[in-house]
Ligand binder design. Structure first.
Ligand code: FAD
Length: 318
């Protein structure tokens, strides 16, 4: 079922969902299942599976020589979506990226999704590669998520690339896109970024999932500003419980988001990462309670592999 249909069917009740990361290649899928198993009692109607683009790896050739290879360390997003869908009978949402993929490759992935009965896809630009300062489109690929949304929406109209296929048979993807309550790090202003978000919706996106935020007011203001611009689709808040001390520096640096003073103070008082994890859980519970009260359609959690903290939060909320 589509995300928008799940939300409609819930009839105002807030749903629980989460995002997982495929294992590094060479690992099996059991550990992932072990992390998903405890979360299934909270009845997520859908689970997101992230995609990582290619990266450089360095292979030690001996004699102080390193060979540089380019590879995808966490492949298998669509395969994992199919495996989870089959095992738990839950909808799964593959994240589809512009970066690292040509339009043709994207079309093949979408065709696979369609055959597998995957009805929801998340359209994302992806980040620059680690050695690049700015995002550079892959040759033959898209530059912005909006173009990816257009390609998905074209398939929904039966329009394939290069017009080699003429068909009345259409896909019916429900398309999600990213939104940034504190603006995307490259955007010159929040308002400009909101206009870009509107362009993604106008291109055919059906719902928005937000970047993590730690101050709910940022989300409430974002939703208000989005509505003012005519963005009327569901805006699902993304919540990440802080888990390690170094998140204090890392999250503002990587995502250009602010952390509230009381949260910083509480984390700084922690002696171990177990203490930090607990503070992160408690903060996320407070955030979730307030968002629940505000009637958000879904509470969506970034699990980053280990789910015990999400389980604690879900137990307190759902
Ligand atoms: P876009 O919407 O294309 O926007 C990127 C930037 O370009 C913004 O600053 C925007 O304002 C600007 N822009 C847009 N259109 C134009 C234009 N026409 N002209 C000039 N500027 C423009 N990353 C992954 O690698 N894998 C994942 O699985 C993944 N999942 C994510 C899930 C969520 C919910 C979120 C919020 C992010 C996720 N990301 C993921 C991170 C995402 O790929 C990055 O934040 C990326 O830098 C931007 O992606 P986007 O889809 O928002 O890009």
């Amino acid at each position: 079922m589509k995300v928008t249909e799940h939300i409609k069917k819930a009839n105002g009740k807030t749903l629980f969902s989460f995002e997982i990361i495929p294992p590094k290649k060479g690992n099996n899928i059991e550990e992932l299942y072990n992390n998903i198993d405890p979360l299934m009692e909270f009845n997520p109607p859908f689970i997101d599976v992230t995609t990582s683009r290619e990266e450089y790896v360095y292979i030690d050739k001996g004699n102080d020589l390193l060979e540089r290879k380019i590879t995808r360390m966490r492949p298998g997003t669509v395969g994992i979506c199919a495996a989870i869908k089959h095992k738990y009978n839950v909808d799964t949402i593959p994240h589809i990226l512009c970066g690292g993929f040509t339009k043709e490759e994207t079309e093949y992935v979408l065709v696979d999704c369609h055959y597998l009965g995957i009805q929801n896809v998340m359209a994302l630009r992806g980040d620059s590669m680690k050695h690049q300062q700015y995002f550079k489109a892959t040759e033959g690929g898209h530059t912005y998520a909006k173009e990816l949304v257009t390609q998905m929406n074209d398939l929904n109209k039966g329009k394939y690339l290069h017009e080699v296929v003429e068909t009345n048979y259409k896909t019916d993807f429900c398309i999600g896109v990213a939104g940034y309550p504190e603006k995307h790090l490259e955007a010159p202003s929040l308002q400009t970024d909101l206009h870009r978000l509107k362009e993604k919706i106008d291109a055919g996106a059906d719902y928005v999932v937000t970047q993590m935020f730690f101050d709910n007011q940022k989300y409430f203001d974002f939703v208000k500003a989005a509505r003012k611009l005519g963005i009327n689709v569901p805006i699902i808040p993304g919540i990440k419980p802080l888990a390690v001390q170094k998140h204090l520096q890392l999250l503002p640096q990587v995502f250009k988001i602010d952390l509230p003073e009381p949260l910083i103070t509480a984390i700084e008082k922690c002696k171990t990462n177990a203490d930090v994890r607990q503070v992160g859980v408690e903060w996320a519970i407070q955030q979730s309670k307030e968002l629940l009260q505000a009637g958000v359609p879904v509470l969506h959690y970034y699990s980053m592999g280990k789910s015990s903290n999400i389980q604690q939060i879900a137990t307190a909320i759902f």
